[in-house]
Design a protein around this ligand. Structure first.
Ligand code: PBG
Length: 307
């Protein structure tokens, strides 16, 4: 009766990793409790989540090293299995809300976020590739695009291309406030990316800054973004709070791989109760001001609600 904050399964998003394989459900050692699914198995996983009232998913592809190149050309190749996966899930389960990660780094041999010129990411040469990835995902049936790199001007650029091509009803949920964080490490281990985090500090945020975070959110709003996002979540609760106070768009927060893996590791050692600490973590992110919480623990939370 006196609880000031509540969190429902409808406000949660489960990340899902898709691999180009058959009949594979492989556990991911870098992110305990999380699996990579082949095209056939992902449908079963989505169905299980739907039975728990969990309908929102953010999708990431796992790309073989041999398909990665400096132009990230496979990222928008018509035969990219990722688009096939999106199409299949949407056709089988139209009631899902599918969010697609839009970035080059999963397709780049070093995990870089853009086209490298003179040892630096070239912002403006990267934008057309982000737009091509976005268009291919829209064609496949994605509901929401989630550009995750922090290139300047990407929201406006993608928006214009979408409008031109008749995709005016697709939403953009940008990682508007993405920190150059060390808490993405488990995700990067999974993607076999060995990028030096410091190299991202010229376009992702310095963990010491909050005013800059507000500026970044305002820039995305000016470019017609539909949802804002703060990434990571748990170490940036004050940032979530400030963005919520100063803006009016739906606000998502990404409880990232390293933040989740910390809970799991402590639980595996018997130092924390996983379910209790997960519930406390997710409600804290909500209390700080997030409307939507993306977490690897979403399905576990949904199970708790059902039991
Ligand atoms: C890919 C992407 C990342 C995350 C969201 N999209 C990883 C990164 O930027 O290296 C964070 C995922 C996580 O750590 O759980 N661009």
């Amino acid at each position: 009766m006196v609880a000031e904050t509540s969190l429902s399964v409808q406000q949660l998003v489960q990340p899902l990793f898709v691999a180009d394989a058959n009949n594979v459900q492989k556990s991911i050692s870098a992110i305990p409790g999380i699996f990579q699914y082949s095209l056939d198995n992902i449908l079963r996983e989505v169905e299980e989540c739907l039975k728990l009232n969990l309908t929102n998913f953010i999708l990431f592809p796992i790309i073989e090293q041999s398909l990665k190149d400096d132009d990230a050309s496979y990222s928008h190749h018509p035969r990219n299995f990722f688009f096939h996966a999106i199409r299949m899930i949407k056709q089988e389960f139209p009631e899902t809300c599918l969010i697609g990660d839009v970035s080059l780094n999963t397709y780049h041999p070093t995990g870089a976020d853009g086209i490298i010129i003179d040892n630096k990411v070239d912002n403006d040469r990267t934008l057309p590739i982000l737009a091509a990835i976005s268009l291919a995902q829209c064609d496949a049936g994605i509901d929401i695009l989630a550009p995750s790199d922090m290139m300047d001007g990407r929201v406006g650029y993608i928006r214009e291309v979408l409008e031109d091509q008749g995709f005016s009803d697709i939403s953009i949920m940008a990682h508007s406030v993405k920190y150059a964080s060390s808490f993405y490490q488990p995700f990067r281990n999974l993607m076999e990316s060995n990028i030096d985090n410091n190299s991202k500090k010229c376009y992702q945020l310095n963990p010491a800054n909050i005013r800059e975070a507000i500026r970044e959110a305002q820039l995305d709003i000016a470019e017609d973004v539909d949802f804002l996002m703060v990434t990571p979540a748990l170490h940036y609760l004050d940032v979530i709070h400030r963005i919520k106070e100063q803006t009016n768009l739906p606000l998502a927060a990404f409880h990232v791989s390293g933040e989740y893996a910390m809970l799991k590791a402590a639980a595996q050692n018997g130092w924390l109760d996983y379910h209790q600490s997960l519930e406390e973590t997710l409600i804290s992110i909500k209390r700080a001001g997030a409307d939507i919480v993306i977490s690897y623990g979403a399905k576990d939370f949904a199970k708790l609600r059902k039991s």
